[in-house]
Write a protein that binds this ligand. Structure first.
Ligand code: NDP
Ligand code: MG
Length: 381
């Protein structure tokens, strides 16, 4: 069980909920990190949890922040090195990776090399470099416990399964997002505001847009393939509008195990800390008598081409997933700045996939190069 955490991405949606759980479980906090967009919140968190280290990616924000907490015994760092130092901090037994995007990769690898438990929310890391990350985790004996609700559900359903060959397939559930049921042409005029209106979950803006394009589910298929070392053919997706069944495992003997619960990220976050035990949940439990009927449907790959693009990248392997992810991060960034339309996201990702060559059996350097080339391809449009 986790005793002390280092939290990368403290001011985000997962970061804030992680601190709720940390408070409830009485965990210590050794380090907090953020980019620097919300210094008021970071200061409140710092005063409450008294970490030894706070790292801000943004240099100016770090300088400002150091002035604000001069009265505390806290070291303030800046830049990517600060993130890495927070990931390696001696006192923490668990590192929560709740930053958004590829920027989480190097700190995650560092924490793995230190043999820490990784409570992994930052899915972009596994999408881009999943094989390297999982191999490193094996080599250094670091446990990776997923925080993403679907992967946590699968992780929970796999407890007690001694042999992965008994798995027939994983079934990831997907809310369908705010545009469920619409055709591709109808999505053309969708705005930032429309895309940020998720039916069931309150999350950061990047992942919320990914839910609207279904890229999130595509990234999660790749995340599941890496975490559980399964081919694409053994990872399926079901649209499940109610977000109550968080995912399922179908075994070869026909048994299908699922994890159900209210849509609340604090459950998978708590489990990442208490695993292999279970803690107390102070929130209202799921009531199957009053919850809506549970329905399931197939995803629409024509209306949501990002999902099909992710599956194609998953099939191709090599740096294809890093190209997909880098292009998507850049395109979603442009969409959030209202510089491109909704359907331009999939168009730009497709274009980057066509123009950036794939390297097979890539090194970390190849992955970083593919990521940069994909972003370049999108931003040069
Ligand atoms: P948010 O956008 O809410 O938060 C992101 C956090 O990362 C903030 O603390 C932000 O700091 C920090 N950050 C952003 N960019 C950088 C950077 N360049 N360097 C250092 N820190 C940075 O994201 P979410 O919490 O929604 O998501 C975090 C991760 O978890 C993502 O990978 C997402 O896919 C995954 N996830 C999220 C879920 C959710 O419910 N939110 C569910 C499942 C997975 P600042 O505030 O200063 O900008
Ligand atoms: Mg998820």
């Amino acid at each position: 069980m986790t005793k002390t955490i280092s939290l990368l991405g403290a001011t985000g949606s997962i970061g804030r909920q992680t601190l709720d759980v940390a408070e409830q479980l009485g965990l210590s906090v050794a380090a907090l990190t953020a980019r620097g967009g919300n210094l008021d919140l970071l200061e409140r968190q710092t005063r409450q949890f008294l970490p030894r280290l706070v790292a801000l990616y943004d240099f100016d924000a770090a300088e400002k922040f150091a002035g604000r907490v001069r009265d505390l015994n806290v070291k303030v760092l800046s830049g990517p090195e600060g993130l890495v130092e927070a990931a390696a901090i001696e006192e923490a037994d668990t590192v929560v990776t709740a930053v958004v995007g590829m920027v989480g990769l190097t700190p995650t690898l560092t924490a793995i090399e230190k043999g820490k438990r990784i409570a992994l929310a930052n899915k972009e890391t596994l999408v881009c470099a999943g094989e390297l990350v999982m191999d490193a985790a094996d080599r250094y004996g670091a446990e990776i416990v997923p925080v993403d609700s679907e992967h946590s559900a699968i992780f929970q359903c796999l407890q007690g399964s001694a042999d992965r060959r008994e798995i027939k397939r994983l079934l990831l559930t997907c809310s369908g997002g705010p545009f469920f049921g619409k055709k591709f042409e109808e999505l053309e005029g969708m705005t930032r505001k429309d895309a940020l209106r998720h039916p069931n979950w309150k999350m950061g803006p990047k992942i919320t847009v990914d839910c609207a394009t279904l890229m999130n589910k595509g990234l999660e298929v790749i995340e599941a393939m890496r975490l559980y070392r399964l081919p694409l053919e053994q990872v399926d997706v079901l649209i499940h509008r109610q977000s109550i069944v968080h995912s399922l495992v179908e075994y070869r003997d026909g048994a299908v195990l699922a994890q159900l619960g209210t849509p609340d990220m604090r459950l998978p976050i708590r489990y990442a800390f208490t695993y292999p035990r279970r803690g107390e949940n102070p929130a209202e439990p799921l009531d199957l008598l009053t919850c809506p009927p549970l329905t399931f449907a197939a995803p629409d790959r024509e209306a949501f081409p990002c999902f099909a693009l992710a599956e194609a990248a998953a099939k191709e392997g090599g740096t294809a997933c890093a190209i997909l992810n880098g292009a998507n991060e850049a395109a979603v960034g442009l969409f959030l700045q209202e510089k491109i339309g909704f359907n331009d996201i999939s168009r730009l990702v497709k274009k980057a996939r066509e123009s950036v060559p794939v390297v097979y059996h890539p090194s970390l350097a190849d992955i970083l190069k593919a990521d940069a080339a994909a972003r370049g391809a999108v931003l040069s449009e």
